[in-house]
Design a protein around this ligand. Structure first.
Ligand SMILES: O=C(O)CCC(=O)C(=O)O
Ligand SMILES: [Fe+2]
Length: 347
């Protein structure tokens, strides 16, 4: 196990029996998909039925911030029963043979935060599929494969970005690493740290935020909210507001950065130098975490940057397949960009 995750939680046989009973109860109620809004409303309460030690472990990760990543290992998956890895996220859907795993993942996630979706990503679904897509091999997207997905804070350009990113591994025959670096392992000289704390950098949205929005999602958001949100997104792309890359407590800072989509403001040589030091430091700290089927990995998006090693996709139904959740501590922060308090889609 990597040094990044000092306290992985290994599910015991007793835990698995309790989880099995809880999932059986939830699924016997007729749940067909984790995209069910009734399930979203109930999930934080249903999660009280998870094993106590697991809930404690997850809550401690949130409260005490002992590490930048938290791994829950031992959920049992039958590779054959999952069916083929879908060719695209659109084909995946959140039902059928992966439902039980998704419900477990979602329940664990509610101990850390509220799930939130982007209208622009994967048709506003909460539960994303990360699969290699033919044609995207060399793109800086979760659907890429041949090219390393460079390290980044998830949605680092946005103040509405996740507090936690959840990944559940369904299949990883290629043993492809999710790369992670914790800000705790990085050190900067005082001058560099001071510059990184100043708003002398910009981060622009990646291509995943400019996918077409379906008519259904458009209608559910309404024209005014949609126009306001999209104008804001374009503004963040075309004239991003200056941000700092380190923030929070001096002794244990938080980090927001992106190897590909962040840069020093044009003409600021000191900031460019500080950014180069940061990039070098991150690159030297990045470690692969090879997710195994059934693994649930939560990354603290304020304390870890992550990416993915390159791999050769086969596009034959056996490729790597992860599920992903975007979690925030406080849904209210995005109220201006959602249509109601309990609606989880942000423009
Ligand atoms: O594929 C992975 O391991 C991580 C992909 C990624 O960066 C993400 O899902 O945000
Ligand atoms: Fe990511």
């Amino acid at each position: 196990m990597t040094g990044l995750i000092p306290s992985a939680y290994l599910l015991t046989a007793k835990d698995l029996a309790e989880i099995d009973a809880l999932l059986g109860q939830i699924l016997s109620g007729g749940l067909h998909t984790v995209e069910d809004s009734g399930f979203h409303e109930d999930a934080p309460v249903l999660a009280h039925g998870l094993p106590l030690a697991l809930r404690r472990h997850l809550y401690e990760f949130r409260l005490k911030e002992p590490s930048a990543a938290c791994l829950v290992r031992g959920f049992v998956l039958d590779d054959d029963a999952l069916g083929p890895t879908p060719a695209t996220w659109r084909e995946a859907g959140s039902s059928g043979p992966t439902l039980t795993a998704e419900v477990f993942f979602y329940l664990c996630a509610t101990i850390l935060g509220e799930s939130a979706a982007w209208s622009t990503k994967q048709d506003a679904r909460l539960m994303h599929d990360i699969v290699p897509v033919e044609g995207d091999e060399d793109k800086q997207l979760g659907s890429g494969s041949n090219t390393v997905l460079t390290w980044h804070t998830e949605d680092g350009f946005s103040d509405l970005r996740a507090d936690y990113l959840g990944l559940m591994c369904l299949r990883n025959h290629s043993a492809t690493g999710t790369t992670v670096a914790s800000v705790d392992t990085m050190s900067f000289d005082a001058r560099t740290a001071a510059v990184l704390r100043e708003p002398r950098f910009e981060i622009v949205p990646d291509g995943s935020h400019f996918q077409p929005i379906s008519a259904t999602v458009r209608a559910s958001l309404g024209a005014e909210l949609l126009a306001r949100g999209l104008t804001r997104l374009e503004h963040m792309r075309d004239s991003p507001a200056p941000v700092s890359l380190l923030f929070g407590a001096r002794e244990r800072p938080y980090l927001r950065a992106d190897q590909y989509f962040a840069r020093a403001i044009d003409g600021d040589d000191l900031a460019a130098e500080a950014y180069a030091s940061l990039a070098e430091e991150v690159a030297s700290r990045l470690e692969p975490v090879i997710l195994e089927p059934g693994d649930v990995l939560f990354l603290d998006n304020y304390r870890a940057v992550h990416g993915r090693d390159s791999f050769q996709a086969k596009f034959d139904g056996t490729d790597r397949w992860l599920k992903r959740l975007n979690l925030v501590r406080n849904l209210r922060d995005s109220m201006e960009y959602r249509s109601s308090p309990s609606t989880r889609v942000m423009v």
